[in-house]
Design a protein around this ligand. Structure first.
Ligand code: FES
Length: 571
């Protein structure tokens, strides 16, 4: 016998409250049969004009609804907090957990049997997935898709990648203000999210590798008609998933998480995957640690030649065959029996897809790099860990000992980095403090700070930079990130002074501050914690509850889930 629908508790009863729940919804013109046993599908929409990457999702919701109705479901769209990466201050990461609470409670409080998550810009994927995990209903993700390739001076331009080069282009290649203006216009020329393998593309690949999308979803450009087909088919499929009671917890097993780590290494994905995947695992109750990313992913070959590690962009990736080719290539590393939203295994879904361009997607036998996953560092400077993305780093700097040039805050960095008197050379290590989850607050993407003007003019392309912050998935460099514990809560990073020697050895997974224990104790005794960044409201709540980066920076009280049950009615 089929399980009773959750929405029955709202619409199925002939009492006073059944009347109330149905009657007001009828004002939108739903016929009787919509209230008689159709699975209610919530379409969780992150559309917002303040989230440019998700600006097309209002149209997409209508297409999903078409699919839901065709399959006999009752689609009801609802808005949730949307996080626009390029606009929100101080950083969208401060609001990821808030958005996830909105998603969770919006689903739980309403007569929803299954959910479609419409996502796009970086945080709109993890926030919605985290919220959905804490309710645990059948859930499918429709990633909004990347923009068309940027174009400028006859060449491809990666949105989210060129902007990191503006200072260098202006200083070294004499780009004029007009050039930069043209690049600004040419880099975001269609609907969709960033089209390099930045965080949004990484998140789309993450959900596909986790099994939360229909096959091939991640790479389809936002404006390609096939994205609309995917949205419609996802609408049809979620209705079936409700009938099969295929919950998100059935899909998000430990195997699925391991698959996602492996695929991320293969595509050269963003370091932000770590923090989001850890947070998602915490919600669904899967034991996943920072070390797993190194153990499982660091030996995986790099197959995808996309910026920022490589040359091409997401549109090229799609035309070359997209993520199914990568998944098939990596099959000897993957759990091919992991189940996905269409009820088939990831191995069945990605069996022998053709690759149309080996320049863009290399084979596992001739990879772009033999071992490209993220490395997890340990040492006295990061007792709970730090990370580096070797595929985006400079090889010669992966083992390096340098003199620390310390910036206590981001404001301190801005004030002094281009001071001609700053005592810094290419062998130094930039140390940036105060940009962790508590310190900024919200752990912004500032770890890839620009080099000083005087080094850029000298032709220096990269120096080691370390911080407790994050880095945009579109950025590159020898950048150590996510140092935990962060400086603002008294991590050893807080004790680093100008002139200290720091040792980085990626092969040995080591990050060491070469200062004696005795001296560190003296500095610790004199250390004064910075004043909290807020004394009221959500930001205060966030500061009081946010966990450190190695745990995924979720709020401690949001770990796990409360399920889908709501026992009390509104009257
Ligand atoms: Fe939205 Fe890059 S700014 S994905």
């Amino acid at each position: 016998m089929r399980k009773k629908l959750r929405s029955y508790d709202w619409f199925g009863k002939d009492d006073k409250m059944g009347f109330v729940h149905r009657s007001w919804l009828r004002n939108q013109g739903y016929p009787d049969d919509y209230f008689k046993g159709r699975p209610v599908i919530g379409i969780c929409n992150t559309w917002s004009e303040l989230t440019p990457c998700n600006g097309h999702l209002r149209d997409f919701a209508e297409i999903v609804k078409r699919g839901v109705a065709e399959a006999g479901g009752f689609p009801l769209e609802f808005p949730v907090t949307s996080l626009g990466e390029t606009i929100m201050r101080p950083t969208t990461m401060l609001f990821r957990n808030l958005a996830s609470m909105d998603v969770e409670e919006s689903i739980r409080a309403n007569p929803i049997d299954g959910v479609v998550l419409l996502t796009g810009c970086d945080k709109t994927t993890p926030s919605t997935v985290m919220g959905a995990c804490s309710v645990d209903l059948p859930t499918i993700v429709v990633p909004g898709g990347p923009m068309l390739n940027g174009r400028f001076k006859g060449e491809c331009l990666g949105s989210g990648s060129f902007n990191w080069m503006v200072k260098e282009k202006t200083l070294v290649e004499n780009y004029t203000a007009e050039d930069i203006h043209e690049a600004e216009i040419g880099s975001a020329r269609s609907q969709g999210h960033c089209m390099s393998m930045g965080t949004a593309s990484t998140m789309a690949c993450m959900v596909e590798a986790l099994g939360l999308t229909l096959p091939g979803a991640a790479a389809i450009p936002a404006v390609d008609s096939r994205k609309k087909v995917l949205a419609q088919l996802s609408g049809r499929r979620i209705v079936e998933m409700v009938k099969e009671d295929l919950k998100i917890s059935t899909i998000l097993t430990r195997k699925a998480f391991e698959n996602s780590i492996i695929v991320n290494a293969g595509v050269g994905g963003s370091t932000n995957l770590i923090i989001h995947l850890l947070a998602i695992a915490g919600r669904i109750g899967i034991d996943l640690s920072l070390e797993d990313f190194d153990t499982i992913g660091s030996k995986i070959p790099l197959l995808v030649n996309l910026k920022p590690s490589g040359k091409y962009l997401m549109e090229d990736f799609y035309y070359a065959g997209g993520l199914p080719v990568v998944i098939h290539e990596l099959k000897k590393y993957l759990h091919n029996d992991a189940v996905t939203v269409n009820g088939k295994s990831i191995g069945e879904n990605n069996n022998q897809p053709p690759c149309y361009n080996r320049e863009v997607i290399a084979s596992v036998d001739a990879p772009l790099q033999p071992a490209a996953g993220i490395a997890v560092l340990k040492g006295n400077l990061c007792e709970d860990g730090a990370i580096i993305k070797p595929s985006a780093a400079t090889k010669s700097l992966m083992k390096h000992r340098g003199r620390a040039v310390v910036f206590e805050t981001m404001e301190d960095y801005h004030a002094r980095i281009d001071d001609p008197g700053l005592d810094i050379d290419e062998n130094c290590i930039i140390v940036l403090k105060g940009v962790g989850p508590v310190g900024y607050p919200g752990m912004p993407e500032v770890g890839n700070v620009d080099l000083p003007e005087k080094l850029i003019r000298k032709g220096v392309k990269d120096i080691v930079r370390i911080s407790d912050g994050r880095m945009s998935g579109t950025a590159a460099g020898t950048v150590v990130l996510h140092i935990s514990p962060e400086s603002s809560v008294g991590g050893v990073l807080a004790l680093v002074k100008d002139g200290d020697m720091i040792e980085l050895d990626v092969e040995k997974r080591k990050l060491h501050l070469d200062v004696s224990e005795k001296e560190l104790k003296k500095r610790r005794d004199a250390w004064i914690a910075p004043a909290p960044m807020a004394t009221r409201g959500y930001v205060k709540f966030y500061i009081d509850h946010v966990q450190q980066a190695h745990l995924g920076a979720d709020l401690d009280i949001l770990q796990g889930g409360s399920g889908a049950e709501v026992t009390r009615d509104l009257h």
